[in-house]
Design a protein around this ligand. Structure first.
Ligand SMILES: C[S@@+](CC[C@H](N)C(=O)[O-])C[C@H]1O[C@@H](n2cnc3c(N)ncnc32)[C@H](O)[C@@H]1O
Length: 199
């Protein structure tokens, strides 16, 4: 099954413990080399593979997701390991961030947001990032297998993401491919952007 439907993902979270695996996203593992400590906001955190990884590295993490089951799993795992993670059930659209974060990550979740809402969400995320803090975004590109079939989702070009960050230092901006093992084997085409807020 190719999961491009937030409702299907929600159902699947009730059945499977680590839907996206246990290992963190490959770009999230760069974060501890970029900032040494502080608060991280994980938007569209799912069951928390990235939030758990960062909390184990000593960060204080807030994980936000629209799925109650995913946040319940994330919070249970955090409790088991005594990690500093707060789980929040919320829709990214309209979610109001409190305070400032040294890093905000949004891994494979931005494409679920209606295109017209993306600019406002990213402006809000940028505003709530601390000076010298980083944002890490990954999202499906227009070369993805789902592009034609899913007109309600947002597909990006890497240049489009970079344009939102033209006033920040771009650390990484590139396309990549991810092989998926859930359901029938398939691969997704994504882009990643890591940018740092200038002081
Ligand atoms: C492909 S999963 C990625 C999960 C996690 N970031 C990871 O890398 O393991 C996308 C996540 O975005 C969440 N999501 C989709 N639409 C959302 C929305 N409007 N608000 C908050 N979360 C949303 C889904 O519930 C799902 O957990």
């Amino acid at each position: 099954m190719v999961f491009l439907d937030a409702k299907k993902i929600k159902r699947e979270y009730r059945l499977r413990r680590s839907l996206w695996g246990e290992k963190p996203n490959r770009f999230v593992s760069l974060i501890p080399g970029m900032i040494s400590n502080g608060n991280v906001l994980d938007i569209g955190a799912g069951q928390g593979r990235n939030a758990l990884y960062l909390a184990r590295k000593g960060f204080k993490v807030t994980g936000v997701d629209i799925s109650k089951a995913a946040i319940a799993e994330l919070s249970a795992r955090a409790k088991e390991e005594n990690l500093r993670i707060k789980g929040v059930v919320a829709d990214i659209v309209g979610y109001r961030i409190g305070g400032k974060y040294e890093a905000v990550i949004c891994v494979a979740a931005l494409h679920f947001v209606p295109k017209g809402k993306v600019a406002g969400i990213l402006a809000h995320i940028k505003k709530h990032t601390a000076e010298n803090g980083v944002n890490l975004l990954t999202a499906f590109t227009k070369k993805d297998i789902g592009y034609k079939e899913h007109p309600t989702l947002s597909f990006f070009d890497k240049e489009e993401l970079a344009a939102f960050y033209r006033d920040w230092k771009i650390i990484l901006c590139k396309d990549y491919t991810k092989k998926e093992t859930h359901g029938a084997a398939h691969e997704h085409r994504l882009c990643v952007l890591i940018a740092q807020k200038r002081s």
